[in-house]
Write a new protein. Structure first.
Length: 290
């Protein structure tokens, strides 16, 4: 069994056990009339509830197309859990009503399949579902943020390693001049700079703003061009990558990678600007520093 499947089974067992505990304490549906036998019926309700929970997971995965995945972010997990509660609570309520009708009606005449009994069961389970939902929301958020923090630390370590390797290569090639590029726009204007001094490039309408170092100072020069055009001119420099629709970044000048609730940003050296990384480019950034 895969880890994701084990995690799903664990979550559903804990949720079903929480509901079972609540039913053991309050003994609704006339369970107190069964005395010690009530615990056997509670165990059967627990089994039916767990089976329905796993069925709901299959519905979410194959019909609604929302598989359990921490990689999609805490917001996705919370939305998925909400869908799970909306589908699972009525289904579990129906299964318990059927059990009440066919098994528990011997001593309690009111345990018959009816709308009033269904609504009563639905209210009880909705309360339990709300309580356990709050617990898992807190649990998943903490787990996701912890995983995200670990990933950010790993990415920063990889980034520093790549940057150090570039510096070593530069020291080995002391007799060679730093690579220089001339960026051209749709007009006659050009910007010539050393690639190691490039910080980032921002697209603004029909222009791009090039941030770079010159004589130890941060400068920004405007050029009439598209970011696609500039990206094509910089294709021979693998450390310059697209992080966002509006930004090209020199990874050699990234001080630190910061992640927060599924959002990634690149802190740039010297100017300390925070450049966003779009979800569509996140994997590209990770591959560039892997």
């Amino acid at each position: 069994m895969e880890k994701s499947q084990k995690d799903t089974v664990h979550v559903r067992l804990v949720s079903s056990a929480f509901t079972l505990l609540a039913l053991c304490v309050f003994k609704p549906f006339g369970l107190d009339a069964w005395q010690w036998q009530a615990y056997f019926h509670l165990l059967m309700i627990f089994v039916f509830g767990f089976i329905v929970c796993m069925l709901t997971d299959l519905i979410l995965k194959y019909i609604i197309r929302m598989p359990m995945s921490m990689e999609k972010g805490v917001g996705y997990v919370i939305r998925r859990n909400l869908w799970f509660q909306l589908i699972n609570t009525p289904l579990v309520s129906l299964s318990i009503c059927l059990y009440r009708h066919f098994v528990l009606s011997d001593r309690v005449e009111g345990n018959v399949l009816s709308w009033s009994n269904f609504l009563e069961t639905l209210v009880i389970l909705a309360f339990c579902s709300f309580a356990i939902g709050l617990y898992w929301r807190f649990k998943f958020r903490n787990k996701y943020l912890s995983t995200e923090l670990e990933e950010a630390q790993l990415l920063n370590e990889q980034l520093r390693k790549v940057q150090d390797e570039r510096l070593l290569d530069k020291e080995d090639d002391t007799n060679q001049a730093s690579p220089t590029v001339t960026l051209t726009g749709t007009t006659s204007e050009t910007i010539t700079l050393d690639i190691p001094n490039l910080l980032y490039i921002e697209a603004i309408g029909n222009y791009v703003k090039v941030y770079h170092l010159r004589e130890g100072m941060v400068r920004n020069d405007m050029l009439r061009a598209t970011s696609k055009q500039i990206e094509e001119e910089l294709r021979d420099f693998p450390m310059v990558i697209r992080s966002h629709r509006a930004f090209l970044v020199n990874l050699q000048q990234v001080e630190r990678i910061v992640t927060n609730a599924g959002n990634m940003r690149l802190l740039i050296k010297h100017c300390h600007e925070s450049i966003p990384v779009s979800r569509s480019n996140m994997s590209h950034v990770k591959d560039a520093i892997a």
